[in-house]
Design a protein around this ligand. Structure first.
Ligand SMILES: [Cu+2]
Length: 443
């Protein structure tokens, strides 16, 4: 599941232990490393209160070790290569081999010690977004601590005062570091296991990038015109599906560290937002929704009863956010005949393609693209092209999944007679009322 990096040398730790006086140099935990891009099996706790582990889409939870009554984790900030979907890899910064970094899971009341080693070419810090912790542990470089210089290791120590869903990210050259993919999620399980339990629990963080076609590095100065809309730095069809057993109570925890809001929509169900990064929402304040807007710098968690079997689209409802690299300067040519133009351009550039006069559905169209560039819309389902990209995946609700089975169950076997169908023979053109206004109508 993960490889071991071995122990750090003691030299790098001298300053950290001198500051806190609580950590011995020899006691730095290992820094696990992940090189897989698919959801890893649930990481059940090795000690302390039990909990149902959260599943990180295309990711993993960071293993910890116990040291006395402290849970110890080790994050390594470093350059990584992230595959957004098959056919496109991007040079990002992240933690422990991936962007986003691993999910940190703990239990309300836990004392945690999080080691952060900086292997970036510039300094960094880690801020614990939404968590109630001492000011000096808040990770704002310059304000609450010195920046962590390259090669150095710092320690954050605090108690997990409340359960919920939080995020972590740098507060150090943060425009660059977040645009490069440095972020992750923190899930703190309630100590009382009977508090709002669920059968399946998923988590992801949303981030956006501008990676120009044919290139490998995000444009970190971009403010608005992104072309890669990602969940856990993956785009459709690279985002894991959410396999769910029929009748399961399902929790989905969504963080947003992108530069805009994302209205997240689940088909076939209604749900209630039960938690934000501020805490649990009382039941009396919950209401049914099918789409919930996740603001920038916020977490929304919804609980849904998966009582409707099938393959249910789950996506951002901003339609441009379910596209991959697209040119935003393309004109709308619907209804414009461009035969003559196409002929003339074809003589100059034989590979060119005049398109758009009937819409932009691309179906099975093959378009030449630069290396390391994904099609704008892609993915294939059992009935044909899905024509999506970006923030889109599928919740797959099946009758026969075992409890900890998160493997992709494949396409849904629709019961006979339950799929929309073509009428045969085709009906006549529907009768329409003639357009003459009614006699006494005043126009
Ligand atoms: Cu969106």
């Amino acid at each position: 599941m993960f490889s071991r990096r071995g122990f750090l040398g003691t030299a790098a730790l001298a300053s950290a232990s001198a500051i806190s006086g609580r950590v011995q140099a020899a006691s730095i935990p290992e820094a696990p490393h992940m090189d897989k891009v698919v959801m890893q099996p649930p990481l059940h706790p090795i000690s302390g209160p039990d909990y149902r582990p959260v599943m990180t889409l295309n990711g993993w939870s960071l293993p910890f070790r116990m040291n006395g009554d402290w849970k110890e984790f080790h994050l390594v900030a470093e350059p990584v290569v992230r595959e957004f979907a098959e056919g496109m890899k991007v040079n990002l910064w992240g933690y422990n081999g991936q962007s986003p970094g691993p999910t940190i899971e703990a239990v309300e009341g836990d004392k945690v010690r999080i080691f952060v080693t900086n292997r970036l070419p510039e300094y960094t810090t880690v801020h614990w977004h939404g968590m109630i912790i001492p000011s000096g542990m808040d990770g704002v470089g310059g304000l609450t601590q010195p920046h962590i210089q390259p090669g150095k290791t710092f320690v954050y120590e605090f108690e997990m005062k409340k359960s919920g869903t939080f995020m972590y990210h740098p507060h150090s050259d943060e425009m660059v570091q977040m645009a490069m993919g440095m972020m992750g999620m923190v899930v703190v399980h309630p100590r009382d296991q009977s508090f709002r339990p669920v059968d399946r629990d998923f988590v992801f963080v949303m981030s956006t990038y501008r990676v120009d076609p044919g290139t490998y590095l995000p444009q970190v100065n971009e403010m608005t015109d992104f072309n890669m809309w990602t969940w856990n730095s993956r785009v459709f069809p690279g985002i894991d599906p959410l396999p769910v057993r029929l009748g399961d109570k399902v929790r989905v925890r969504i963080g947003n560290l992108s530069m805009t809001n994302h209205p997240i929509h689940l088909h076939g169900h209604s749900f209630a937002v039960t938690c934000t990064d501020g805490g649990w929402i009382p039941e009396s304040a919950q209401y049914p929704e099918t789409t919930t807007d996740v603001p920038v710098g916020a977490v929304r968690v919804f609980d849904v009863l998966a009582d409707n079997p099938g393959d249910w689209a789950f996506h951002c409802h901003k339609s441009h956010h379910t596209m991959n690299a697209m040119g935003h300067e393309v004109r709308n040519l619907i209804g414009v005949s461009r035969k003559d133009l196409a002929r003339a351009v074809g003589k100059l550039a034989p590979d060119s393609m005049a398109m758009g006069s009937t819409g932009m559905a691309m179906g099975n169209m093959e378009m030449p693209a630069p290396d390391n560039t994904l099609p704008m819309m892609t993915g294939t389902g059992q009935f044909g092209p899905i024509e999506m990209g970006g923030m889109f995946t599928v919740m797959k609700i099946r009758e026969d999944l075992a409890r900890d089975d998160y493997r992709d169950p494949g396409p849904y076997q629709f019961p006979q007679g339950t799929v929309a169908y073509e009428v045969t023979p085709p009906s006549a053109e529907p009768a329409r009322q003639q357009g003459a206004p009614m006699k006494n109508m005043k126009m």
